[in-house]
Write a protein that binds this ligand. Structure first.
Ligand code: SAH
Ligand code: DHB
Ligand code: MG
Length: 222
C-alpha cells in the first residue's frame, strides 16, 4: 500500500461524497499562489470537522492555527445561527490571506482572526471570561499541543469537543527516541492524556494527500 493509492482513494471519496465548492477551492488556490504551505486539512477531513461541529450544535468555535482559513471556512459554515468562530494565527501573512479567503467565502462576519502567538492570545481570551467553546480545533505548532490542550480545557464545558490534528506524524509518534520536536510535542500530548479524568479521548489514523497522520478527538466530561 502506498501514499499514491491512499491519495487516489481520497480523491474517490472526495469526488463522490464531498461536493465541489468554489469558495473552498478558491481559498486553496489563493493560498497556493501566495506560497503558503499546503498543510491544510484535506477536503474529506474538512467535512468531518464540519460534521463534528454540526453534531456539537456549535455556537462558539475556537481554532488554533488558521493558515489560509481552509479549515476555518469548513467550521464556520457549521455554526448555528448567531454563532461565532475565533481563530488564532501567529503569522501575519497567513492571517491576512485567511481574512480575504474567509470574507470571500461569505462567512467573514462570523469569524474573528486573532494575530499573534497562541500562547499569548489564549490567556487574553480566557481573561475575558468568554462563554465556553463548544468545539476547539488545535492545529498550530505541534510543540505546544499540551499547553493548547490545557487552555482548551479551561475554555470548554462538559460536552465540548476538542479535535487535535497531526497526532501520528507518519507513525513517528511511537518512536520514543525521535529527535523531531513535533513528534516529541505529540508524545507529551499522549502522556498528558493518559489517565486524564476530564476527557474521553481516542485517536484515528488518517492517510491520503496529506500523508500519514491522525486526528485525536476528545469529549470534555462533566
Ligand atoms: N488549520 C489549518 C492549517 C493550520 S497549519 C487548515 O487546516 O486549513 C498551522 C498554522 O499554525 C500555520 O499557519 C502557522 O503559522 C500557525 N502557527 C504556528 N505556530 C503558531 C503559534 N505559536 N500560534 C498561532 N499559530 C501558529
Ligand atoms: C504540518 C502542520 C500541519 O498542521 C499539518 O497538518 C501537516 C504538517 C507541518 O508543520 O509540517
Ligand atoms: Mg494540521
Amino acid at each position: 500500500m502506498t501514499e499514491e493509492l491512499w491519495s487516489n482513494v481520497e480523491r474517490y471519496i472526495s469526488d463522490t461524497l464531498v461536493q465541489p465548492d468554489r469558495a473552498l477551492d478558491a481559498a486553496l488556490a489563493a493560498s497556493d499562489a501566495a506560497g503558503l504551505p499546503s498543510i491544510n486539512v484535506s477536503p474529506n477531513q474538512g467535512k468531518l470537522l464540519h460534521m463534528l461541529a454540526l453534531i456539537a450544535g456549535a455556537q462558539r468555535i475556537l481554532e488554533i492555527g488558521t493558515l489560509g482559513g481552509y479549515s476555518t471556512i469548513w467550521l464556520a459554515r457549521a455554526l448555528l445561527s448567531g454563532g461565532r468562530l475565533i481563530t488564532l494565527e501567529a503569522d501575519k501573512k497567513h492571517a491576512e490571506l485567511a481574512r480575504r479567503n474567509i470574507d470571500a467565502a461569505g462567512v467573514g462576519s462570523l469569524v474573528e482572526i486573532q494575530v499573534g502567538s497562541a500562547l499569548e492570545t489564549l490567556p487574553k481570551i480566557a481573561a475575558a471570561s468568554p462563554d465556553p467553546f463548544d468545539l476547539i480545533f488545535i492545529d498550530a505548532d505541534k510543540t505546544n499541543t499540551v499547553p493548547y490542550f490545557d487552555w482548551s480545557l479551561k475554555l470548554s464545558r462538559p460536552g465540548s469537543i476538542i479535535v487535535v490534528d497531526n497526532v501520528v506524524r507518519k507513525g513517528a509518534v511511537i518512536d520514543a527516541k525521535s529527535t523531531d520536536k513535533d513528534v516529541q510535542g505529540m508524545r507529551r500530548f499522549y502522556d498528558r492524556l493518559t489517565n486524564e479524568p476530564r476527557v474521553l479521548v481516542t485517536a484515528i489514523q488518517t492517510v491520503g494527500s496529506k500523508g500519514y497522520d491522525g486526528f485525536a478527538i476528545a469529549i470534555v466530561k462533566a
